[in-house]
Design a protein around this ligand. Structure first.
Ligand code: TXA
Ligand code: MG
Length: 337
């Protein structure tokens, strides 16, 4: 597929300005966007996704945007992170400015903001309100589903839902998992808090601000991508250590069970399977498409070879754990019945 033409981008920017929804590529995953300053437009996102109203959405801004228009009490450390990582896959949670609608922040006193680096996203943000607007955008999937990393995935999620004025194409999202989310809104009392791990690691953040981000506590702002169950395909997902895979697949086969495998070790299998790179960036790039591909083969169960547990794999392991949430004991149940 070819990237969106500039006429498509101009049309999409006009649709946003009218209060319509536009799906667009970012370097992490595709987003479902609306004018962040138009509460009626933001409400359409919630309706189309089937998402609870109290879940805040991230505001996407153009390169060079005025962060002080959207936020207040911006610490120097947050500005340093903007300089280091924008445009790029880092979302900062900051105190929101008074004029930012409640619909965007889920009623919280903060706002999530990021400047994406995908060329089509940057062109769209520059065309919309002359680069001074903000596009509120969650991932372009139905609530709880796997995030889309191609425009085809967005079509698969929404079909020809008339609520989407346009779906811009920008090929496969280069990163493949959602942005790192860092809470900088309670810096004085809580320090920087990593709400969602991603491509930009805690260590990279620490290298810029001199403090290692902490894990979230009870008082941390809510993030729906941090719900226990999220990013889940239709078939149940179970994580398995490398050494258990061949035996488990053989047993499931004996019982007539149709299981698939997502792996990074070199297995040769008759079952549906996807081999992903054995390093975290390449794996993240392919993992959502792999989950979707296995669902399309209508398997009963998706086994996933558990990746290594070191820090570089934190973002991938976080998404896989949520995809597998609620499937505890599923293999045993399949083997018994
Ligand atoms: O990479 C990404 O971040 C993608 C692309 C489209 O930019 N967007 C994305 O949006 O993943 P979404 O809505 O699927 O996930 C955003 C997460 C949610 O868990 C939301 O609760 C959290 O960010 N979030 C947004 N604003 C927040 C705020 N003010 N405080 C705490 N969490 C917030
Ligand atoms: Mg999402």
């Amino acid at each position: 597929m070819t990237d969106a033409a500039s006429s498509d981008i101009a049309g999409a920017a006009a649709a946003l300005a009218k209060g319509d929804l536009v799906a667009f590529p970012t370097e992490t995953v595709y987003g479902l966007g609306a004018d962040a300053e138009n509460p009626a437009a933001v409400a359409k996102i919630y309706a189309a996704k089937g998402r609870p109203q109290d879940h805040p959405v991230i505001v996407h801004v153009a390169p060079g945007a005025d962060i002080d228009y959207w936020t207040t009490e911006v610490p120097d450390a947050a500005r340093a992170l903007v300089r280091a990582f924008w445009p790029g896959p880092l979302t900062l949670i900051l105190k929101r400015n008074a004029h930012i609608p409640d619909a965007v922040s889920g009623g919280q006193d903060t706002v999530g903001i990021r400047c994406p680096s995908h060329p089509v996203a940057m062109q769209l943000l520059q065309a919309f309100k002359d680069g001074k607007g903000g596009v509120a955008a969650p991932s372009a999937n139905k609530f709880g589903n796997v995030s889309p990393t191609t425009s085809q995935h967005v079509h698969d999620e929404f079909g020809d839902d008339p609520r989407l004025a346009a779906i811009l194409d920008g090929g496969s999202s280069q990163v493949g998992i959602e942005s790192t989310i860092l809470d900088m809104s309670r810096l004085a009392t809580h320090g920087p808090v990593l709400l969602r791990p991603g491509h930009i690691t805690a260590q990279q953040i620490a290298d810029v601000i001199g403090t290692m981000p902490r894990q979230p506590d009870q008082a941390a702002p809510r993030a729906s991508g941090t719900l226990e169950s999220h990013y889940a395909p239709k078939a149940p997902v179970a994580l398995l250590p490398t050494g258990d895979i061949e035996k488990t697949l053989a047993e499931l086969k004996l019982r007539g069970r149709c299981a698939a495998l997502i792996h990074y070790s070199p297995f040769v299998l008759s079952q549906p399977n996807v081999a992903l790179p054995a390093e975290p960036k390449g794996y993240a790039y392919g993992v959502y498409a792999a989950l979707r591909a296995m669902d399309q083969q209508q398997v009963e169960l998706i086994l996933v070879e558990a990746p290594p547990s070191d820090d570089a794999w934190l973002g991938v392991n976080d998404r896989l754990r949520r995809a597998a949430f609620g499937s505890t004991g599923i293999i045993e149940r399949f083997l018994k019945s």
